[in-house]
Design a protein around this ligand. Sequence first.
Ligand SMILES: Cc1cc2nc3c(=O)[nH]c(=O)nc-3n(C[C@H](O)[C@H](O)[C@H](O)COP(=O)(O)OP(=O)(O)OC[C@H]3O[C@@H](n4cnc5c(N)ncnc54)[C@H](O)[C@@H]3O)c2cc1C
Length: 422
Amino acid sequence: MSASMDTTANNQILILGGGFTGLFAALHLSSLDCPLPITLIDRETRFVFKPLLYELLSNETQVDVTWPRYEELLTHRGVAYVLGSIQAIDLHNRQVQLDSGLSYGYRYLVVALGDTAGYFNVSGADEHTFTFRTAQDALELGKHLRQNLQKALQAEDSTEKDELLTTAIVGAGPSGVELSGTLADLLPHWYEKLGGDPEDIRVVLIQRGEEILGKGVSDRIRETAEKALGNRRARIDILTQSSVKEVKPGSLVYLNDEQEHYLDAETIVWTAGSSTHPLVQSLPIADEHSDRRQRPHTTSTLQLIDFPNVFAGGDCAVNIEDPQPATAQVAYQQGKTIAYNIKALIDEEELEPASVNLRGYLMKLGVEESVAEILGKVRISGHAGHLIRHATYLSLMPTPARNMKLGAEWLADEVLDQVLNV
Ligand SMILES: Cc1cc2nc3c(=O)[nH]c(=O)nc-3n(C[C@H](O)[C@H](O)[C@H](O)COP(=O)(O)OP(=O)(O)OC[C@H]3O[C@@H](n4cnc5c(N)ncnc54)[C@H](O)[C@@H]3O)c2cc1C
């Protein structure tokens, strides 16, 4: 943090959460030569580019690229970074409290805290499953899986060995599908390197609905994903219409066709749901100004309805004029709008409504294999899809200091030109 910045001042812009919304709001504000001090608070030391979280497991991308330090990203941008866990937000008195006991005032506030895992009251799910939402999650899961492979090599009992080599992923939304495909390529590779038989690895993908990926994707993407999951190095068993009822250490119970079934798996990953961040739920928002998940509505300019000096975006809020899916693609663009609108308020100019430009859909389906659907028209899969996904994400990654690219679109014009003119 720069010594000259007073991060406790009441005349500052305070950004809560340095994910896609918060970090990009900060970077854009800084590029707009904002006259007020800007402070970003996050409980982590590094920004995680979540669409590339699988790469932290697979090492397909360098760790420093997927997971850069806030200090490096922000120091030369005139943004003060505070490491701390936010405990309370008092919108009436314009104060934010951290677990360290420190509090921070503000003139403008950006609430960008994302969301948390949701367990639908399934008994044991919180305690006995891994989540896959943060870099820490990815590293812990990787360590646990590697230890299990080692243990499997030494296991004398074949049932115990099967359990150690079985990974269950609950929820076949985009992250469940991406993780299954990645693990079904990675685990056999890791196991073989240890001297194990890759054929023994099993991945089970459990979905409550009738098909994988739900309604958010086109049938063509779903078909491509199903085909790709069938072609991984390890077998992926996809159990649809299967609802997990209970999780215990090393096993789970699910209902299928009203019958109870048991699955033994030493690794169970929960990607099935999300829940509104508790701090966001605690905001003093009238019932009519929040949705049924207690996410606050914002105006089209991304301001809270009763607190026009407070902006909210990304997974933790809903633009009531133009609701969007909870994706990085949306959060990234909303961060930019928030920055422009705060600057407009300072300059007493007119605010702009948020407009989100969804140019395409990118999904990882295995190691070095992805699908890219562009403008709903062109679909490219396999290794070519991987190259498009990778190039797109790398072009969006914030890099330290001067060579920061802020004009980038989620799918760059050059990519669109090349692909659409083939
Ligand atoms: C595995 C995975 C893969 C994904 N893949 C894609 C994809 O391919 N394409 C896509 O568009 N979207 C993808 N998403 C969704 C996307 O990452 C989210 O929609 C996006 O990150 C939301 O941005 P956000 O700014 O709202 O929240 P986040 O990016 O989650 O940021 C919230 C920030 O708040 C901080 N924070 C939270 N609580 C506190 C606290 N109490 N104190 C201090 N700091 C706090 C967190 O540390 C975090 O940095 C993926 C998500 C996951 C988990």
